[in-house]
Ligand binder design. Sequence first.
Ligand code: BG6
Length: 478
Amino acid sequence: MSRNSFPEGFLWGGATAANQVEGAYQEGGKGLNLADVLPGGQARLRLLTEPGFDFEMDRDTYRYPNHEAIDFYHRYKEDIALFAEMGFNVYRMSIAWSRIFPNGDEEEPNKEGLAFYDRVFDELHKHGIEPLVTISHYETPLHLIKEYGGWKNRKLVDFFERYVMVLFNRYKNKVKYWLTFNEINGAVHFPLFGLGFSATSEETRLQESFQGLHHQFVASARAVQLGHDIIPDSRIGCMLLYAPTYAYDSNPENVMHALDEGRIFNFLCGDVQIRGEYPGYSRRYFEENGIDIDMEEGDLETIAEGTVDFISLSYYMSKTEKKEKSEEELSSGNLLQGVKNPFLAASDWGWEIDPTGLRIALNELYDRYQLPLMVVENGLGAYDKLEDDGSIQDDYRIEYLKNHIQAMREAVEDGVDLIGYTAWGCIDLVSASSGQYAKRYGFIYVDKHDDGSGTLERRRKKSFYWYQEVIRTNGANL
Ligand code: BG6
C-alpha cells in the first residue's frame, strides 16, 4: 500500500436504509413500520425527543415522505447500475423487517418480501457489489410498537430471533456482512427511532431506554451466534453512532464531564456488544440515575458468547462538553446537543463539521477494542441546486468528503485496521431526523421535493465523478 492509498481490498461504497429509499410502503405484502407514521418536516425532529408520540397518521396535517421515498423498490436496477458505474464494491442497505414479517409476530414470513431482497442481492452480485445488510435500521414493524410497546417488551427478542433466522437461512449464499442494530447507542438520548417507543416521561426515559437496549443486546448476541452457525464465513458487526467527545477547555471538571458523557454515549453499547459485558462504570451510572434493568437468567452468558466480529460506525460530528452550560452556548440542530465548538463550522442543519474528529474516533475505537473498523455512514446533508444545464455542482460535498477520507487515511497510517467506507445517502433519500428530501446527501440527485412534486428522475452530480475517481485510485486521488 502506498502512503496515499488504502489497504488492498478496501471496501468502497455507499449506504442507505430501506425506509428512506424503498417507498412502495404497502406493496408486496409489506406491513407498516415506524418510518411510515413519521411525518416529514420539522415536526419529526420534535417527536424524536418528546415523550408521548401516538404512532397514528394525521394526513390532514402532515405528509409522509417515506411512503414513496425515492421508489428504490421499483428502480433498484437503475440505482445499482449507477452504484456500479461509480465503482462500488460494497453497498450498505437494510431489510425492512415489515416486508418479511408484516406485523412482526407472525409464524411464517412473507414470500414476496423475501423474493424482493433476493432480486436486489442478485442484482448487486451481477455488478460485483457485496451487500452489507443492516437487519434493523429504525423501521420496527408498527404492530410490534402499538401492541407490544416496542423494545421495552422482552417478546421482541424472540420475534427478532425468528426474523434473523429467516434472513440467515434464506440469504446465506448471498450475504456475508451483517449489522444487527443501526446506531444502537442513539437510544440513550432518543429511544423512538431505535427502540420503537417514545418515553412515557422525561423522568422514566433512561430507565425505559436501557431496558430496551438490554433487550437489543440479548437479541444482537443471539443473532451473532445464529449467524455464525448458519453462515460460517459471515462477519457480523455492531453499529455505533460515534461522536468523539471533547472537553470545552482544560478545566478538570469539564474534562471529567466530557469523559463521563462520552463513555456512556460512545462506549457503553460497544463495551457490551464487543467485549461481551456491562462495563464497570455502567454500575455507578445506573445507580445514580435510578436505572434498574430487568434481566433473565442466562442473559449475561448470551451477551458474553455473542460478541461481534467487527465494529461499524456512523460519523457526522464531534461533540463538545462543559459541565455548566447555558442555553446560548448549546450547539444547534444536533440531536447530541453539546456546546458550540468555536473551532468548527457547521452545516446548514447546524451539524458541526470536523474531519479530524473522524481520525480521533477511529483511533479511540481501535485503541479500545482492536477489532476491524468500518465507517458505514458519513456525509454532508446540504441543499443542492439543479443548474439550467441540468448539472449539480456540489463542490461543498466533495470538500467535506475529501477531508473526511483524508482523515481516514491518517487513521490508517496511525495503525487503525480500517476495512471499508460507505458514504451515507449515496443517492438522495428522505432524511431520518427531519423527514426532508431537501436535505440531500447523494452522489446521485433524485428529482423529488418536500411538497411531493418531482419526477424521481436520477442525475449524476459533480461528486459522482469525483467519488468514481477516488474509488478507481483506491483513495489515492482525492
Ligand atoms: C444516521 C442514520 O443517524 O444519520 C440515518 O442512521 C440518517 O438513517 C443519517 O439518515 C443522517 O441523518 P439525517 O437526519 O440527516 O437523515
